[in-house]
Design a binder for this molecule. Structure first.
Ligand code: DO4
Ligand code: MG
Length: 286
């Protein structure tokens, strides 16, 4: 089942089942509410949504499909991400290769909360102190508080690579800022994607009428199993329900395609949908 959310005039979100011709709303419930119900009732997400959804099909603009309680992200889970970062450091087989090696503990970092997340067509951020901000297209998983994978969506781990390049201890500043995480367009329940490793992801960046970058990867290139990444996330770390885990990028954008205000980043996985976001410079408060 494909689930989505629409934003109401008071800012709240309503969950919906996505049908071919529109949306069937689950009035009075956000997707996070439905996730809480799955935990209370021991029912699967699709069954809860089905019982509660209206039979009427309506049209609506898609909002972020889930308001995450927390977003975590994995790093260097695909070889190109580790190789690119170690090369930047001039480190050969350096710290990024180490965490990329499935013999070792994976890299996991806190990406933020709903505060830094945007949905389909909403602007992603470029830090005003960064000259090389890049999208990181990633498969995102939605978890309950037991670490069960409830479904999949697309994530953009927007990152200020020049800040990370200056010193890897700057990672939190390169990763967390306004609009640093896009999610959407849909949440596809786990039963509909029995083999996430078969998913093919593509990413383009467009500036005006011109394409400045095109890349693709398959989730089969992920160097670890998703369950392993989740197991590390929940180890001695009691997560709440509706945590989103970004599983790392297999697509590395070139420096010439560093994001500029007005660029549009599009990430696509046919089974999940197309997530498009314009980029804008975020001023923050200073
Ligand atoms: O250590 C850097 C983070 C890497 C990352 O976010 C990724 O590989 O997706
Ligand atoms: Mg990433």
């Amino acid at each position: 089942m494909k689930l989505a959310q629409i934003r109401n005039s008071d800012g709240s979100l309503t969950a919906a089942i996505v049908e071919k011709d529109g949306l069937r709303l689950v009035e009075g419930h956000s997707l996070a509410d439905l996730v809480r119900l799955t935990e209370q009732d021991g029912e699967v997400l699709a069954a809860i949504a089905k019982t509660k959804a209206s039979s009427k099909v309506v049209q609506g603009e898609l909002a972020i499909p889930i308001t995450p309680s927390e977003v975590w992200a994995c790093g260097c889970t695909y070889a190109p991400s580790a190789e690119f970062r170690d090369t930047e450091l001039g480190a050969g087989e350096g710290p990024y290769a180490y965490v990329s090696d499935p013999k070792h503990r994976p890299e996991l970092f806190f990406k933020g909360t709903a505060r830094v997340c945007v949905g389909p067509n909403e602007p992603i951020g470029i830090r005003k102190d960064s000259t090389f901000t890049a999208p990181e297209p990633e498969l995102a998983v939605l978890l309950d508080s037991q670490g069960t994978v409830l479904g999949y969506t697309l994530g953009n781990d927007v990152s200020a690579w020049d800040i990370e390049r200056e010193n890897s201890l700057y990672l939190p500043q390169s990763k967390v800022f306004d609009g640093c995480c896009a999610l959407g367009p849909y949440l596809v329940t786990a039963d509909e994607i029995p083999d996430p490793y078969s998913l093919r992801m593509s990413c383009t960046i467009r500036r005006g009428g011109r394409t400045t970058f095109e890349g693709n990867a398959t989730v089969g290139q992920l160097r670890r199993k998703i369950e392993e990444l989740v197991a590390y996330l929940v180890r001695s770390n009691s997560v709440p329900s509706s945590v989103v885990l970004l599983t790392g990028t297999g697509i590395i954008v070139t420096q010439e395609a560093a994001l500029a205000a007005g660029d549009v980043v599009t990430i696509e996985v046919p089974e999940i949908g197309t997530l498009a976001n314009p980029a804008e410079t975020v001023p923050g408060i200073n």
